[in-house]
Design a protein around this ligand. Structure first.
Ligand code: JFZ
Length: 428
C-alpha cells in the first residue's frame, strides 16, 4: 500500500482535467464510435492516416488546466479502440504512425513536469485489436451490450494479459514521473488480468503513483463516474477513502461536434464543491477536437472556473470535509456544504445560487459549532465582513447560527463564507 502521505498529496490536489482524445475524435461520435457505428476494423484504419492535430500544443493545454485551478491532468494513452496516443513498441496502431508523428503522451508528460502539474495516464485494458484482450468488444452491440458469448463468458487470455502488462510497463517507465494511473475497466467477474502482480510491478516502476480501482483488485482510489456520491466514501471502519468523481463536461467523453450540452462554469464549480465537501476529488473531462483544440464552450468554462478558484482556492485545496453538528443533513439537503482547512482554524460555508437556495432574504442558517465560538466571518470573493447571530432552527440549544449576508447576490456559482474562531486567535 501507498503511504498516507502520498495519498494525502493527491487528495489535496482536489481538481483535475480528464482528456479523452484519439483517432475517434475525427469521427466526432464519441470514443465508442467504432462500436456504435459498427465500422469495420479495416475501414477504421483510415483514421490513422487522417489524424493530424496541428493545433496540439502540450504547454498550452497544461496552462489552460492550470489557469482553471487544476492540479493534475489525466489523458487517454489508449482507449477501447486500441489506438495508442504514445509510441508503443508493441503495436503499429499508434500516434507515431500518423501524419502527425509525434508522441503526444511524451509532450504532455514533459509539459506537466515542467509546469509542476501532476501527470496522470488513462489506460483501457480492453483493446479491440488485441486477441485475448478485446473484452468481448468484437461482439458488442449498439449500446455496448454483448451479443456474442456475453460478458459472463468472456475471459482475457495470456497473450492479451502479457500485451497489457508490457504496455503498462512502457507507460510507467518511459514518461518520467507518473502521479496517477487510471485503469478502465474490469467489468465482468470472470476477468482476471493478474492484477495483483501488475500492481506490485507498478509500485516498483512508480512508487508514488496513485492507481484507481478499475483493474478489479484492491487499489488506491475509488472512481465513481458521472456522479458525486451522496456521502463520503469510507471503508468498513468509517475512515475516509481516497475517491475521485470523473465527469463529462457535456454528454460524451470524446469530442462530438453535435453535442452542445456543455456544462457551464457554474455547474462545474458546484460539482467540485460538492465533491470536496465530501472529501473527494473531482476530474472534469474535456474532449479535444481532431485538430487538437479545446471546444470553445470548454475554454469559456475553464476560464470562469479559474476566476472563481483564484479567490476560493483556499476553501478547496488541502481542505477536508467538515462534519457539522445536529442539522447537518438538513443543511446539506438545501445544497449547502462546508469544508475546513488543514490547520482547522477556518471553516468555509459554501452557498450555491445565493440568495436563492437555503436562504431567507439575505439570511442563511447553518448548524452551529458546539464547542467553538465564532470570532468573525467574511466573503472570500471580496473580503466583505458577514454579520451573524446565534439563532436559528437547527439545534434547541441555540447553537445554530444565522449569517446575515449582504443584500446583493454573491458569486452566482457558489458564494463562500470563511469563518474564523476565537480559540484559534488566542492560540497565536
Ligand atoms: C468507461 C469507458 O467505456 C468510457 O468510454 C469512458 O472512457 C469512461 C471514463 O469509462 O466507461 C465506464 C466505466 C465504468 C463505469 C461506467 C462507464 N462504471 O463504473 O459505472
Amino acid at each position: 500500500m501507498l503511504s498516507q502521505e502520498i495519498i494525502q498529496k493527491f487528495r489535496d490536489a482536489k481538481f483535475g482535467m480528464f482528456l479523452h482524445w484519439g483517432v475517434y475524435s475525427i469521427l466526432s461520435k464519441g470514443e465508442w464510435a467504432i462500436f456504435r457505428e459498427k465500422i469495420p476494423k479495416e475501414k477504421y484504419k483510415k483514421y490513422q492516416r487522417m489524424f493530424n492535430p496541428v493545433k496540439f500544443d502540450a504547454r498550452r493545454w497544461v496552462k489552460l488546466a492550470q489557469d482553471a485551478g487544476m492540479k493534475y491532468i489525466c489523458i487517454t494513452s489508449k482507449h477501447h479502440d486500441g489506438f495508442c496516443m504514445y509510441d508503443s513498441k508493441y503495436t503499429d496502431w499508434k500516434i507515431t504512425n500518423t501524419p502527425f508523428g509525434r508522441d503526444i503522451l511524451k509532450e504532455l508528460a514533459d509539459a506537466c513536469h515542467e509546469a509542476g502539474m501532476l501527470f496522470g495516464i488513462y489506460y483501457s485494458i480492453w483493446d479491440l485489436w488485441v486477441n485475448d484482450l478485446d473484452g468481448g468488444l468484437n461482439e458488442m452491440g449498439l449500446d455496448g451490450e454483448f451479443i456474442g458469448r456475453g460478458a459472463e463468458a468472456w475471459k482475457p487470455g495470456k497473450s492479451g494479459i502479457d500485451y497489457m502488462h508490457n504496455q503498462v510497463e512502457e507507460l510507467c517507465t518511459g514518461y518520467g514521473k507518473v502521479d496517477y494511473f487510471f485503469f478502465d475497466v474490469k467489468r465482468a467477474p470472470g476477468e482476471d488480468y493478474n492484477g495483483l502482480e501488475l500492481i506490485e510491478k507498478m509500485r516498483k516502476w512508480q512508487p508514488e503513483m496513485i492507481i484507481n480501482d478499475r483493474l478489479g483488485v484492491p487499489a488506491d482510489c475509488a472512481s465513481p463516474e458521472n456522479v458525486i456520491p451522496d456521502k463520503p466514501i469510507v471503508d468498513a471502519n468509517g475512515d475516509l477513502l481516497l475517491w475521485e468523481s470523473n465527469m463529462c463536461s457535456n454528454k460524451n467523453w470524446a469530442y462530438v461536434h453535435d453535442d452542445k450540452c456543455y456544462k457551464t462554469s457554474v455547474e462545474v464549480i458546484r460539482e467540485l464543491v460538492n465533491a470536496v465537501s465530501k472529501g473527494g476529488n473531482f476530474l472534469i473531462n474535456v474532449g479535444p477536437t481532431a485538430l487538437g483544440d479545446f471546444p470553445k464552450e470548454n475554454l469559456a468554462m475553464l476560464k470562469e472556473v479559474g476566476e472563481w478558484m483564484e479567490y476560493h482556492g483556499e476553501a478547496i485545496y488541502g481542505c477536508e470535509l467538515y462534519p457539522l453538528g445536529p442539522g447537518a443533513n438538513h443543511f446539506r439537503w438545501r445544497g449547502l456544504s462546508a469544508t475546513v482547512n488543514k490547520s482547522g482554524d477556518t471553516v468555509y460555508i459554501h452557498i450555491p445560487n445565493y440568495p436563492a437556495s437555503g436562504t431567507v432574504d439575505n439570511r442563511v442558517v447553518i448548524p452551529g459549532f458546539p464547542d467553538r465560538e465564532v470570532d468573525y466571518m467574511y466573503l472570500l470573493e471580496d473580503g466583505t465582513e458577514v454579520d451573524f447571530v446565534y439563532e436559528g432552527y437547527y439545534a434547541r440549544d441555540n447553537k445554530s447560527i444565522t449569517l446575515l449576508l449582504p443584500r446583493e447576490p454573491g458569486h452566482q456559482a457558489v458564494t463562500t463564507v470563511a469563518i474564523k474562531f476565537k480559540e484559534s486567535i488566542e492560540k497565536e
